[in-house]
Design a protein around this ligand. Structure first.
Ligand code: FAD
Ligand code: NAD
Length: 472
């Protein structure tokens, strides 16, 4: 067993942990990072990156299929396309490999010691690392312990994961072959991003959502175009339905019933696979976290605005600290903790944490929605600009959706942005920057936006809120 003394010990090499370690290395803090799987965590290996790669591949396939069915108004026609899913997955895996390899190189450059194995907490200042066979390979002692252990998918007791018929997003991102029929339980981020992807790849998809609408985390107006698209794609949707049983035997399936109505008729749905995507939970088990007796917030580790836990010099960031479980939040927290440990004064008090759902069309929310702003006591101005009035959207043949701005009525300070439409994920930087810089409607309305771009819709939304949009 090797003993390591280090100033900062990071548990987990996901976006939270690896960013904390890189920044700590830049600041000259002696840092060790323990990771049991591949560097990059959920995000790079089995989350953000592979899902977006498959979303792109599926979008390209669907586009070519549209051309092949002679429906393209651009006058392009093709033979019926074919998909080699093994090649698609290999392409996705190559992107993952390049990125995770890059993380390793960045950590090496900052002289971060990476230890591969499963960390088991001994106390707030020491951790044992076990190899695959369970033997302890390292004892690491530290001044600061940073928990960046991430999250795991929520399992439904009635429908436990078996890696084959009942799967999580992890298996759905690496299929050896595509099922003919897929049932998706959960119409949230993962259920819809991957449900749409599978449908575009030719799979018959049924989505079961317990709430009365899809993507309940976003406001109803924003998600309406996504629901319309699901219908056009032929995705069957059961809203306000609950899974009450699993179908056993050949294939897979579920029994469902309208939520809260025990007398309603049970519907049996059959498929080749069931993808369960009903949320993720902080990973707090299996590494003796409980021995630290940290104050928890539900299933998550409670932290203050500096990511300090209830134990001195024990910090926590990212998904292990709960919602919103997003990679960019984990990264921002990781960077901040490294700076605080180096002696800088920092607090995690962002004006906004952007949320982007990579459905078709994409959905973006930054800051407050109109209802949230009103609930917070603001009198608000809101305005929408439709992509149907934007020249670039027309030339991209993607005119569905809109951009909406929310601002204070008294002084025009911007409180939030929402958008739905093709490519709106790429506009999010403008939304986030305007909010972090405390912009007013006039700042955005008087900024010259390049023509022809989708970004002009941002300026037009601000102009419209001021009462003088130019193109509607
Ligand atoms: P993780 O990325 O989960 O990393 C934690 C790491 O810790 C893991 O590598 C794990 O192996 C390691 N670990 C845990 N315990 C131990 C231990 N005891 N010993 C050693 N190693 C340990 N977010 C977005 O912002 N945008 C997206 O588009 C997006 N898409 C997603 C798509 C999917 C399918 C999924 C599942 C998630 C997606 N997310 C997305 C969420 C995002 O992946 C997470 O918010 C992010 O990865 C959290 O980072 P983290 O560092 O907190 O934890
Ligand atoms: P989610 O919370 O986004 O969606 C879960 C959905 O399942 C909800 O709509 C919920 O109402 C529904 N649900 C819950 N229990 C159910 C049941 N028994 N039957 C039917 N429906 C049920 O969770 P997710 O899609 O699993 O994603 C997990 C997390 O991963 C997200 O919350 C997000 O933090 C992260 N993520 C982010 C992105 C992104 O940023 N683009 C993409 C994927 C995942």
């Amino acid at each position: 067993m090797q003993t390591i003394q280090t100033k900062l010990l990071v548990l987990g090499g996901g976006p939270g942990g690896y960013i904390a370690a890189i920044r700590a290395g830049q600041l000259g803090i002696q840092t060790t990072l323990v990771e049991s799987a591949s560097l990059g965590g959920t995000c790079l290996n089995i989350g953000c990156i592979p899902s977006k790669a498959l979303i792109h591949a599926a979008g390209e396939f669907a586009k070519v299929q549209d051309f092949a069915s002679q429906s393209s108004p651009l006058g392009i026609s093709l033979q019926k396309p074919a998909l080699d899913v093994v090649k698609t997955i290999a392409w996705k895996d190559d992107i993952v490999k390049r990125l995770t390899g890059g993380v390793g190189a960045l950590l090496k450059r900052q002289k971060v010691q990476v230890v591969n194995g499963w960390a088991h907490i001994v106390d707030g200042k020491s951790v044992d690392v076990r190899g695959a066979d369970g033997t302890i390979t390292h004892r690491i002692q530290c001044e600061h312990l940073l928990l960046a252990n991430g999250s795991v998918p929520v399992e439904l007791p009635i429908l436990p994961f078996d890696g084959d018929k009942v799967i999580s997003s992890t298996e759905a991102l690496s299929p050896a072959q595509l099922p003919k029929q897929l049932i998706v339980v959960g119409g949230g981020y993962i259920g819809l991003e991957l449900g749409i992807t599978y449908r575009k790849l030719g799979v018959a998809v049924t989505v079961i959502e317990a709430a009365e609408r899809i993507l309940p985390a976003y406001d109803a107006e924003l998600t309406k175009p996504v629901q319309t698209r699901l219908e056009k794609l032929g995705i069957k949707l059961y809203l306000k339905h609950q899974v009450i049983g699993a179908v056993k035997g050949k294939g897979a399936g579920v029994e469902i019933r309208p939520a809260g109505d025990e007398s309603a008729k049970v519907v049996t749905l059959k498929a080749d696979q069931v993808l369960v995507a009903v949320g993720r939970k902080p990973r707090t088990e299996g590494y003796n976290l409980e021995s630290l007796q940290l104050t928890m917030k539900g299933r998550a580790v409670l932290v203050d605005d500096q990511c300090k836990t209830s134990m001195k010099n024990v910090w926590a960031i990212g998904d292990v600290t709960g919602e919103p479980m997003l990679a960019h939040r984990a990264m921002a927290q990781g960077e901040m903790v490294a700076e605080i440990i180096s002696g800088k004064t920092r607090h995690f008090q962002p004006q906004q944490i952007p949320a982007v759902c990579f459905t078709d069309p994409e959905v973006v929310s930054v800051g407050l929605s109109p209802d949230e702003a009103k609930a917070a006591g603001h009198e608000v101005l809101t305005a929408q600009f439709p992509f149907s009035a934007n020249g670039r959207a027309m030339s991209l043949e993607d005119t569905e959706g809109f951009i909406r701005v929310v601002a204070r009525k008294d002084n025009h300070r911007i409180l939030g942005w929402q958008a739905v439409g093709g490519h709106v994920a790429e506009l999010v930087a403008a939304f986030s920057q305007s909010m972090e810089m405390g912009a007013y409607l006039e700042d955005v309305a008087h900024t010259i936006h390049a023509h022809p771009t989708l970004g002009e819709a941002i300026q037009e939304a601000a102009l419209r809120a001021l009462g003088h949009a130019l193109h509607v």
